[in-house]
Write a protein that binds this ligand. Structure first.
Ligand SMILES: Cc1[nH+]cc(COP(=O)(O)O)c(CN[C@@H](CCC(=O)O)C(=O)O)c1O
Length: 305
C-alpha cells in the first residue's frame, strides 16, 4: 500500500502518498487507540459521489467522543478534505479511509500530552469479498471468537483496537476454508461479521440482530430503509446461529462488503444456496442508488467535484 503515486490528506495538508509516514513510537501503533471510517465514492453520471459522507463523518466524530479523542478539525473540514482527496487523486470511484490516531508525543497509558493526528486516504478498491461473491454468495463460519462484551470494547466506536478481534475471526474462518466469519456476542447470539452487519430472511420477513455489540452500520440503515420502502417487514431481535441455518436467505452489509449474499454457514446451505430474491432486490436497489441511477435519495450522494 505504501508505494504508489497520489496524495493523502494529513493533518490539514495534502502530502505525497509515499511521504505520509509516522514514527515507530507512534502511540496508536503501540496501544491500539484510534478510530477510523470506511467510505466509498462511486462513479455516477454527475461524477464521483461519496455515499452518505456526513453520516460517516458524524460516526467518526462519535467514535472520537467515545474514546475521548479531541478532533482538531470540524466535521465540515473533514467532509471538505474527503472530497478534495478524491479530486486530487482523480478517482472516479474509491474506497476512502479517514483515520484518527495518537502520535509519538509520549508513551505510557496516559493520553496526557498526546496529539490527535488525522489522515484521509483514498484508493480504487473493487468488491471486498470478490465480484463473484456479490452474485453467488460466500461461505461463512461461526467464529470461535466472541464479539466484544460492550464494557470491554466500546462497540459503537469504530475503534482501531476493536479490529484485532475481527482479524482473529477472519483469519480463523479463512484458515478453515471459509470466506468470512460470523461472530456471536458474549451470550451466544449472532452479532455481526468481522467487518459487516448481517441480515437473514425467513418467510418474507427481514431479520437483523439488535445492535448491542455490533457497529451501527450505515449500509445496514440504508438496506432497512429500502426494505421499508418495499413493504418488506423488518424485525430486529436476538438471533441464534441455528435461526440463520434454517433461513431462506442471508447476507452481509457494509461499505466495503456492500450487499454480499451468504450461501452457506457452518456447512448448512442457506435457502437455495444462492443469492435469494429479497437479497437480489435490496442489492440491486443499493447499487442503483450509489451509482446515481435512482433519484429518491439525492441527499445521500455527495459529489467530490
Ligand atoms: C465490525 C463492523 N460492522 C459493521 C460494519 C458495516 O458498517 P457500514 O460500513 O457503516 O455499513 C463494518 C464496516 N467495515 C468497514 C471496514 C472494513 C475493513 O476491512 O477495514 C468497511 O466496510 O469499510 C464493520 O467494521
Amino acid at each position: 500500500m505504501e508505494d504508489r503515486d497520489g496524495f493523502i490528506w494529513f493533518d490539514g495538508k495534502m502530502v505525497p502518498w509515499r511521504e505520509a509516514t509516522v514514527h515507530g513510537l507512534t502511540h496508536s501503533l503501540h496501544y491500539g487507540m484510534g478510530c477510523f471510517e470506511g467510505e466509498r465514492a462511486y462513479a455516477t453520471p454527475q461524477g464521483a459521489a461519496i455515499f452518505r459522507l456526513p453520516e460517516h463523518t458524524k460516526r467518526l466524530f462519535n467514535s472520537a467522543k467515545i474514546l475521548q479523542m479531541e478532533v482538531p478539525f470540524s466535521e465540515a473540514e473533514i467532509n471538505a478534505a474527503t472530497k478534495e482527496v478524491i479530486r486530487v487523486n482523480q478517482l472516479e470511484s474509491a474506497y476512502i479511509r479517514p483515520l484518527l490516531f495518537y502520535g509519538a508525543e509520549g508513551m505510557g497509558l496516559s493520553a496526557k500530552g498526546l496529539k490527535v493526528h488525522v489522515l484521509i486516504a483514498a484508493w480504487s478498491w473493487g468488491s471486498y469479498l470478490g465480484q463473484e461473491a456479490l452474485e453467488k454468495g460466500i461461505r461463512v463460519k461461526v467464529s470461535s471468537f466472541n464479539r466484544h462484551q460492550v464494557n470491554i470494547h466500546l462497540c459503537k466506536a469504530k475503534a482501531t483496537g476493536n479490529y484485532m478481534n475481527s482479524m482473529l475471526a477472519q483469519r480463523e474462518a479463512s484458515s478453515c476454508g471459509y470466506d468470512e466469519a460470523l461472530l456471536l456476542d458474549r451470550e451466544g447470539y449472532v452479532a455481526e461479521g468481522s467487518g459487516e452487519n448481517v441480515f437473514m430472511v425467513r418467510d418474507g420477513t427481514l431479520y437483523t440482530p439488535t445492535l448491542t455489540s455490533a457497529l451501527e452500520g450505515i449500509t445496514r440503515d440504508t438496506i432497512m430503509r429500502f426494505a421499508r420502502d418495499a413493504g418488506i417487514p423488518i424485525v430486529e431481535k436476538q438471533l441464534t446461529r441455528d435461526e440463520f441455518y434454517i433461513a431462506d436467505e442471508a447476507f452481509f452489509t457494509g461499505t466495503a462488503a456492500e450487499v454480499t449474499p451468504i450461501r452457506e454457514i457452518d456447512g448448512r446451505i442457506i435457502g437455495s444456496g444462492s443469492r435469494g430474491p429479497i437479497t437480489t432486490q435490496l442489492q440491486s436497489r443499493y447499487f442503483d442508488t450509489v451509482a446515481g441511477r435512482r433519484d429518491d435519495h439525492p441527499e445521500w450522494l455527495h459529489l467530490a467535484g
